[in-house]
Design a protein around this ligand. Structure first.
Ligand code: URA
Length: 234
């Protein structure tokens, strides 16, 4: 479970780590300039070497309008030692309420898919392209995904997984910067060049709930991911 970090604790954390944080005027030195007062967040996440300040930064993010309608951010969950990183699209209603990715019906199916290749959700890491729920469960927009991308890149950099499993068209297209239909993206191993990582693409579990006859193809994709993990472990 993720835990919301209180503002004073977050500031202390970031200060202790030597990370520069702009504070809102009300919480900071009244002598600050207006420009600084407007800039409530200026953390360069690409330099962070710890998970906690990254999560704290995400929890306070206001870079896109999705922050206005979220209950809380959904940072990611699982083992920070994981070899497999599962990337979905965006939190849904249940995830927004609980602060954890893939906890609704689709999440239950994702758990079963992972178990089918011998993995419990606690030994993998699960994150999304965007960390806030898009209103009415609409697809995240490209600009929203772009604002959130440094957070995902920082998660990948800290985790250093061996394999990425992108679930669903949006996750796969956004991650790989492609506009190929999902049916054409699956069946081959992609590469995430910035991180030199193999990426396997498969169907989103929510799609599989609606279209169970595609589960056989998802199983093939999972086997590819499992085999890559085995090879990487040797
Ligand atoms: N769908 C996603 O893509 N991510 C979640 O966290 C939940 C549902």
């Amino acid at each position: 479970m993720t835990r919301e970090i209180a503002e004073p604790e977050r500031i202390a954390y970031l200060d202790a780590l030597g990370v520069d944080v702009w504070r809102p005027r009300s919480a900071a030195d009244p002598a600050e300039t207006d420009e600084q007062a407007l800039d409530t967040e200026k953390v360069d996440v690409s330099t962070l070497t710890e998970w906690a300040p990254l999560q704290a930064t995400v929890a306070e993010c206001t870079l896109c309008s999705l922050h206005k309608s979220r209950t809380q951010t959904v940072f990611g969950t699982g083992s920070t030692q994981a070899d497999l990183l599962v990337i979905g699209e965006a939190p849904g209603a249940e995830e927004d309420r609980r602060g954890e990715p893939f906890v609704g019906r689709a999440g239950k199916l994702l758990d079963e898919m992972l178990r089918a290749i011998g993995l419990d959700r606690n030994v993998v890491y699960i994150a999304n392209i965007v960390k806030c729920r898009p209103p009415d469960n609409r697809d995240p927009e490209a600009a929203e995904a772009a604002s959130c991308r440094p957070y995902l890149d920082a998660q990948i950099r800290l985790l250093q997984p061996k394999v990425v499993l992108a679930v669903g068209r949006i996750a796969a297209q956004q991650l790989l910067g492609s506009d190929m239909p999902l049916g054409r993206m699956r069946g081959q191993v992609h590469s995430l060049p910035t991180h030199s990582l193999p990426v396997v693409v498969t169907y989103h579990p929510a799609y599989l709930l609606r279209t169970p006859d595609q589960k056989r193809k998802a199983w093939q994709d999972l086997c590819v991911a499992r085999d890559l993990l085995r090879t990487a472990g040797k």
